[in-house]
Design a protein around this ligand. Structure first.
Ligand SMILES: [Zn+2]
Length: 258
């Protein structure tokens, strides 16, 4: 019986993907994931796709980052801070030209310490600013500090945004000290696998992540993996709902190369 329901779920998900394919709008699979009301940590992992994500921008190195991503044909997802989006509309549009822009709150506070109406305002103001500047619907949210408390999750859901966490950390936001480019590069080599949602940050002080990517992207090209946005990853390699329910522990990479 359990196997049967699993097969039925797979059929439903597969059908949803087929139906969604001709449309640029979020697929039914995306809505299915959204309606499940649980955060996403990764794709299915059995196809050769990876989603690079960059938090906390746009900032002083955004233009260089976009140029580098374009050079390697890499699509990415940027979880931007609303007040920076308002300050740097041109950079926000530039980032939108190579991928998707998600909501990362307006001032990057520790959301759970705020009253509910302020949490809503943090998310809604950012969503509105990104939409006004990019003229695209904002369907992704990542909480500051990765705090995915259920209240924050339900507010994001109420605003029509899927909460996106990660399962592969570049380690570029070490609290104790900023890691070197070489260290970040090594983490990427060791950790990036098929189906992964990779956590990176936009550099503020020194271009450590940018320089790590300059080393890493030539290596990444050799893996045969393709870097796509989070919505593309979820459409091309959707994680089964039972896997999503297990959080980061449900993530695995069964793809063995092209
Ligand atoms: Zn952040």
């Amino acid at each position: 019986m359990r196997n049967l329901s699993r097969v039925l779920l797979a059929v439903v998900v597969a059908a949803a993907v087929v139906v969604a394919a001709p449309s640029a709008a979020p697929s039914p699979t995306f809505h299915q994931l959204l309606d499940a009301g649980i955060p996403i940590y990764c794709g299915g992992g059995d196809k050769g796709y990876v989603a690079f994500t960059f938090d906390d921008g746009p900032g002083p190195y955004s233009a260089q980052l976009v140029t580098l991503l374009k050079q390697y044909g890499v699509r990415a997802t940027f979880f931007n801070i609303g007040e920076k989006v308002v300050r740097h509309p041109r950079l926000t549009r530039l980032e939108a030209s190579v991928g998707a822009i998600g909501d990362h709150s307006f001032t990057h506070p520790n959301l759970i310490t705020l009253p509910r109406d302020q949490i809503i305002a943090e998310l809604a103001r950012t969503r509105k600013a990104i939409r006004r500047i990019t003229r695209r619907r904002v369907i992704l949210f990542r909480p500051p500090f990765g705090d995915n408390a259920s209240e924050i999750l339900s507010i994001a859901h109420g605003l029509g945004m899927l909460e996106v966490m990660w399962n592969q950390d570049s380690g570029d936001a070490s609290e104790a000290s900023t890691p070197s480019s070489q260290e970040i590069y090594q983490h990427l080599v060791d950790r990036v696998r098929a189906g992964g949602i990779v956590l990176m940050h936009e550099d503020e002080q020194v271009p450590a992540t940018l320089n790590a990517l300059k080393l890493y992207l030539p290596e990444f090209q050799k893996t045969g993996l393709k870097a796509v946005t989070v919505p593309q990853l979820l459409a091309l390699d959707p994680p089964p709902l039972e896997q999503v329910a297990k959080g980061s522990g449900g993530c695995n990479s069964s793809w063995r190369g092209p």
